[in-house]
Design a protein around this ligand. Structure first.
Ligand code: TV1
Ligand code: CA
Ligand code: ZN
Length: 390
């Protein structure tokens, strides 16, 4: 391969710890940390690691995680072991902290959660110290975790911890979430402050799609004394949204939000379950369209923290995150769309061995988002932005 040169005019940092990758949620559980191994193999086979500063991240400390999480929850997380899942004297705590099928107790759980959280905190600090302009942690992005509760495969909310770091240096931080699920944990953590504007794009079906929150008119507690009122924006979508509509919607909404709010830093959650053919998702996006959102967010030239999130078809998750890494190091136009021969686990990318298989055609889902509906979303969100100041 040819090493990718460093981008001109800005610095990109990569924050990872390989010890995250071997964790197993359990036999049939959809969350597979192995997708991070596949992502890293692609990034290295393309020579992109030469274009970034590489940091081996450390586990977040208990005290760092306690910046957001309750200590009784962290104490439980730290001590619980897999055999406790069957134990009757733990069943109250397991229920209280929402452990179960979605959030199982597996070997090394505390290590796993503190490692991905440490990556996002380190990435945020590099941005704050002006040692990086774009900081990437693909193992983070676990947007559902609450102060004292696991939720939706998420145990520690690394995004909240990263934003808390950024708030030490920036008056306003904007959070963008393109995971197919609603970014409820991040929204809730900051819905009483006007210093964070959260914007989530997601499939919304109150009764039939997790987590069931994130309606267009759900914008945080509307109490007149709440400075955070109106600072949670939601873009609820239906099944089958396609590339051009999604990109246009993303640009319209995010462009307006950035020019109104004037954030000092942006956090972008790149959940790859919004791709077509995802095991849990229901959108019809191709890798290029998912990447176009990352490319557009980068055009603002604002310090950018990029994290992963969902994504349940590992070969496509790694395609998207490798492509997005190439966008962030300004190499998308020079990397080979055919997956290099040297990639470890290359068999996962057959039979096409392409970085851009036609995901939108491989599993047809009827597009239930009419142009009129999408136009009404844009109109309503622009009206909501009138309450927001930069
Ligand atoms: C074990 C084994 C757990 C197989 C969970 C899909 C499984 C799911 C499993 C699953 C599954 C969900 C719910 C229902 C809440 C439950 C990382 C009352 C085939 C950020 C989290 C989705 C998404 C949770 C996380 C959802 C993220 N869907 N098989 N579980 N209950 N949970 O619907 O946003 O991507 O599906
Ligand atoms: Ca989302
Ligand atoms: Zn998701």
């Amino acid at each position: 391969y040819t090493p990718i040169p460093r981008p001109k005019g800005y610095r990109v940092s990569w924050h990872a710890n390989p010890a995250v990758e071997p964790h197993h949620f359990g036999q049939s559980h959809p969350m597979k940390p192995f997708r991070l191994t596949l992502t890293k193999q692609l990034v290295m086979a393309y020579g992109m690691h030469h274009a970034m500063d590489l940091y081996m991240t450390r586990a977040a400390t208990y005290e760092e995680m306690a910046d957001f999480h309750n200590t009784d929850y962290l104490d439980f997380l730290k001590t619980i072991i897999p055999s406790d899942m069957q134990s009757s004297d733990q069943s109250d705590s397991l229920a209280r902290f929402n452990f179960g099928d979605d959030c199982p107790v597996f070997d090394g759980l505390y290590n796993y959660a503190s490692l991905y959280a440490g990556g996002t905190i380190d990435a945020a600090r590099k941005l704050c110290n002006n040692q990086s302009d774009i900081a990437i942690n693909w193992s983070g992005g676990l947007h559902h975790a609450k102060k004292a509760e696991a939720s939706g495969f998420c145990y520690v909310n690394d995004i909240v911890l990263g934003i808390l770091q950024l708030l030490r240096h920036h008056p306003r931080v904007m959070y963008i979430d393109i995971d197919v699920h609603h970014g409820d944990g991040v929204e809730q953590a900051f819905w009483s402050t006007d210093r964070v504007l959260t914007v989530s794009f997601h499939k919304y079906d109150k009764d039939n799609f997790f987590p069931g929150t994130g309606a267009l008119d759900s914008n945080g507690p509307a109490h007149p004394l709440n400075p955070g009122a109106h600072h949670a924006l939601n873009v609820p979508l239906n099944d089958g949204i396609e590339d051009d509509d999604y990109i246009a919607l993303f640009k319209e909404i995010i462009g307006s939000c950035v020019s109104t709010y004037q954030p000092g830093a942006i956090v972008l959650q790149c959940g790859a379950d919004s791709l077509g053919c995802d095991r849990l998702g229901c959108f019809s996006l191709n890798v290029q369209a998912h990447g176009a959102c990352v490319a557009y967010t980068k055009t603002f030239g604002i310090p950018l923290l990029v994290v992963g999130g969902g994504g349940y078809t590992p070969r496509n998750v790694s395609r998207a995150w490798a492509h997005e890494t190439s966008i962030l190091v300004d190499a998308a136009n020079i990397i080979d769309p055919n997956i290099p021969d040297a990639v470890t686990f290359r068999n996962h990318f057959g039979p096409d061995y392409s970085l851009f298989p036609p995901l939108s055609d491989m599993r047809r889902i009827e597009n239930k988002n009419s142009r009129a509906y999408l136009a009404s979303l844009v109109r309503t969100i622009k009206e909501k932005l009138r309450y927001i100041q930069g």
